[in-house]
Ligand binder design. Structure first.
Ligand SMILES: [Zn+2]
Length: 298
C-alpha cells in the first residue's frame, strides 16, 4: 500500500473492493467500507506515528491509568473470564495469554480465578507497573510469532483494545492464532462503528467541517480502526478463526467526564453530566460503542 494513495483498493476487514473517503486528506484521512461498514484512519503523506513509540511515553501512560474507569473495566473483566471458562469447560486450569497486558489488572484477576497466565507488552512503564502491582512479569515484545514458537500453545488469548491501535492488525491476528492450540479461544474487545460515529459525521458535514472534534476523538492515530460485526467476522475467518460471538456492547474505558473534557466541555458541566452518564453506562443505556468478540482457533 502506497502512503500517498487516497483510497486503498480493498477493505482491510472484509476484503470488498471500493472504499469511500469520509474525510479528505489533511493529509490524514478516514475511509469507510460501503460493504461491511468498518472505518479506517490513514496517516497519508504525514507518515505513521509508531504505536510502540507513542506507548513508551511514561506521561501518556500515567494519564491513562488515572482516568480509566476501573470499576467498569473490572465488571467487563469478570464477565469475560466467566465466558472464557464456559467455552473451555474441558480444561481444568486454562492457560491464558493476554496480548498488550498493560498494568496487568486483567491477568491478576484471571490468576485469582484459576487461570494460568502470561502476557506481553510494548510499554516499558506498563511492564514495571505490572510487576510492582501484581508481581507478574510480562514479556517486552510484540513479536507474537516468535513468542508462540518458544512457548506452549495456549487455551485462550485475549486483547483488550489492542487491534485498533497496532500498526498491522493482520500480523496481530496471525500471532494470536499461532499462540493458540486448535480449539483455543480468542477474546478481543475493540471500538465499533456506531451511532456516535454517524452523529460525528453529520456534525462535521452540517458545520462545513468546522466542528470535527467528536469525529477526530473517535478515530485517530491511536484508535485507527472501527469494525462492524460483519467486518470483524470476515477478518477473523481470513485468519483461521471461527467467529462464535461478535456482540455490540456498551463499554467505556474512561470516566464520562474525561470524554466530555476532551470534546471541549468546561469542567463545571463535564463533571455532573459525566457522573450521570457513568450511571447510564452502568445500566447499559449508552450506544453500543465496542465489539466483544469470541472466536475459536480452527
Ligand atoms: Zn469491509
Amino acid at each position: 500500500m502506497g502512503m500517498n494513495v487516497i483510497a486503498t483498493d480493498c477493505c482491510p476487514a472484509c476484503g470488498s473492493v471500493g472504499m469511500s473517503v469520509l474525510s479528505s486528506p489533511r493529509p490524514q484521512f478516514v475511509e469507510r467500507c460501503p460493504s461491511c461498514g468498518s472505518a479506517f484512519y490513514h496517516s497519508g503523506a504525514a507518515g505513521a506515528v509508531s504505536h510502540n513509540d507513542a506507548y513508551n511515553v511514561d506521561a501518556n501512560y500515567q494519564r491513562y491509568l488515572e482516568t480509566s474507569n476501573e470499576s467498569s473495566m473490572r465488571r467487563r473483566y469478570e464477565e469475560t473470564l466467566r465466558r472464557l471458562r464456559s467455552r473451555l469447560r474441558d480444561v481444568e486450569q486454562p492457560h491464558l495469554f493476554d496480548i498488550g497486558a498493560g498494568g496487568g489488572d486483567f491477568l491478576a484477576l484471571a490468576r485469582s480465578r484459576g487461570f494460568r497466565i502470561a502476557g506481553n507488552e510494548v510499554s516499558r512503564p506498563a511492564i514495571d507497573e505490572c510487576r510492582t502491582r501484581h508481581g507478574i512479569d510480562l514479556v517486552l515484545s510484540d513479536d507474537l510469532l516468535a513468542l508462540a514458537s518458544e512457548a506452549p500453545k495456549y487455551d485462550a488469548a485475549t486483547m483488550w483494545c489492542v487491534i485498533a491501535h497496532v500498526d498491522d492488525p493482520d500480523e496481530l491476528l496471525s500471532g494470536a492464532r499461532a499462540l493458540l492450540r486448535p480449539g483455543g479461544i480468542l477474546f478481543l474487545s475493540t471500538p465499533r462503528y456506531c451511532i456516535i460515529d454517524r452523529v460525528a459525521l453529520l456534525l462535521r458535514r452540517a458545520t462545513g467541517d468546522r466542528y470535527r472534534r467528536l469525529f477526530d476523538r473517535r478515530i485517530n492515530h491511536f484508535h485507527r480502526r472501527q469494525y462492524t460485526r460483519r467486518g470483524m467476522e470476515e477478518l477473523l475467518r481470513r485468519h483461521d478463526f471461527a467467529p462464535e460471538s461478535v456482540r455490540p456492547t456498551v463499554g467505556y474505558g474512561l470516566h464520562m467526564a474525561e470524554y466530555l473534557r476532551s470534546l471541549g466541555l468546561p469542567e463545571v458541566v463535564a463533571r455532573p453530566i459525566g457522573a450521570t452518564l457513568d450511571l447510564a453506562v452502568r445500566a447499559g443505556f449508552l450506544p453500543r460503542n465496542i465489539l466483544s468478540v469470541y472466536a475459536r482457533a480452527v
